[in-house]
Write a protein that binds this ligand. Sequence first.
Ligand SMILES: [Fe+2]
Ligand SMILES: [Fe+2]
Length: 268
Amino acid sequence: MHLDTEAQTPRWWLGGDPVATAVLNALSLTFPEGERFFIQSIKRYAKDLPADLAADVRAFTQQEGAHTREHIAFNQITARSGYETEAVEAYAGRRLDIARARPPLAQLAATMALEHFTAAFAHCLLADRKFLAGAPEGLANLWRWHSIEEIEHKGVAYDVFMHATRKMSPWRRWGIRRWAMILTTVLFTRTLRETSLMLLQQDGITGLSASWALFRFLWLRPGLYRRMLGDYLAFYRPGFHPWQVDDRALIVQAEMTLGADGLQSEAA
Ligand SMILES: [Fe+2]
Ligand SMILES: [Fe+2]
């Protein structure tokens, strides 16, 4: 997948909707730093993994590296649309510093939690075509491709965490998992909210109307968080594993709709 950064892109590329555009732009601006954090926190525990999990980690690293490359290109489009993006990236970087200051196992647990978040988000994006309706084909394909790969590797951080904590009691691991998800949810949601508001402000949408518009997008229509809620809550169950939700059929179908366009981009 290679994004065409020369294509003409409207400022509100997602169906002319400034709020939907702001949320996806904000997410994309956090990805390069975030994905580097994921790779680092997993690689620290990559030394004595079983062969199949070590291969999964290598594939994970390659996929996240490719996402970073393409989202840097996507972020250039956002900047070219007239948005001041550096302050947004700097804010997201400072939020990540909070996670980076934690012990290595906590960083791995945060990665596991965030990977669950991204997989649940990816599932929503692929399951309901309305989310990307009105987006230029090249940009929609970038998000579909990223979503497919997030689902493909959704169990890797979890499996590395389980391997790293294999000598702990199941009760203790469950406790770490729950706390990691609670803290990560607070940190991630605040970051998403603040970075989205920073972009909306540049469209003249501020104060209560910006907060309301964001709340409506996340919880009501299309209700991104509301739709993810079931998947999200499943993480708190004892004995949870990401592949208890088997969405392989969804990614096969998405690969087909990605279609000739995406495949040609890859071949090029
Ligand atoms: Fe990614
Ligand atoms: Fe990922």
